[in-house]
Ligand binder design. Structure first.
Ligand code: CTP
Length: 223
């Protein structure tokens, strides 16, 4: 009965109608989290970037292309959410002036450059917006190649979220594109390594932690 919004996949930032700036995210981890939450009886909305991952059954899927599209879709989806899981690999920068027509090689010559401007940090925006209310529960990801836990702790604080799912994207069998993952869950209570395995299993481990954070163990009654 809980409402969960999951974002997944890369974003594509247009250079011109034919080309984009993007990243290696496949959307598999986010789609697996959406499917796992749906299996537990949640009402799930998946905001999915350009990805060929099969859309999970029983989940409301909203397709997005760019970081700005995702920001717009989030603004609507989060209104009634109990949990937001930001597994999308949102592009940090976008071309400053996307061309309306395809750029021609003959005009660009042997060397060219694309000016990029920063995209908004959507997760940090959600963390700020929710203020002291601490609702909805906010889960972020940290894609790292070094100092994974230290960097994840920094993101937990700077983006004001409740849980960070940290993964070393340079590790074989983890991170972008592959069907398996190995993640560490970092929250205010400390960090837990989940067993390495298929993203479908890792997703259930992440949802377990979300459930625990939503429903903290009842305090022991005083005798
Ligand atoms: N994120 C976001 N908006 C962005 C960039 C990232 O909402 N413009 C979110 C991602 O969905 C993820 C978290 O922030 O949940 C961390 O993303 P990550 O790529 O690991 O870190 P960045 O914030 O982009 O920082 P850096 O690339 O410097 O590590």
């Amino acid at each position: 009965g809980r409402r969960i919004v999951v974002t997944a996949g890369p974003t594509h930032e247009a250079i011109d109608p034919a080309r984009f700036v993007g990243n290696r995210s496949s959307g598999k981890m986010g789609a697996a989290i959406a499917a796992a939450a749906q299996r537990r009886g949640a009402e799930v909305t998946l905001l999915l970037g350009p990805s060929s991952v099969p859309e999970p059954v029983g989940v409301t899927v909203v397709r997005v292309e760019s970081a700005f599209d995702l920001q717009d879709a989030l603004a609507t989806a989060v209104k009634s959410a109990d949990v937001i899981v930001m597994s999308a690999a949102v592009a940090d920068y976008r071309p400053a002036k996307p061309a309306a027509q395809k750029l021609k090689r003959s005009e660009l010559g042997q060397k060219t450059a694309i000016e990029l401007v920063a995209n908004p940090d959507l997760l940090a925006g959600l963390g700020k917006q929710r203020g002291a209310k601490k609702a909805p529960l906010l889960v972020g990801f940290a894609a790292e190649t070094n100092d994974v836990i230290a960097n994840a702790k920094k993101k937990l604080a700077s983006k004001k979220c409740d849980l960070i799912v940290a993964n070393d994207v340079s590790e074989a069998g983890a991170g972008f594109g592959v069907d398996t993952n190995r993640v560490t869950l970092v929250d205010a209570a400390g960090s837990i390594d989940l067993p390495a395995g298929p993203k479908t299993h890792v997703a259930h481990g992440i949802v377990d932690r979300v459930v625990a954070l939503l429903e903290p163990e009842p305090k022991r009654r005083k005798r």
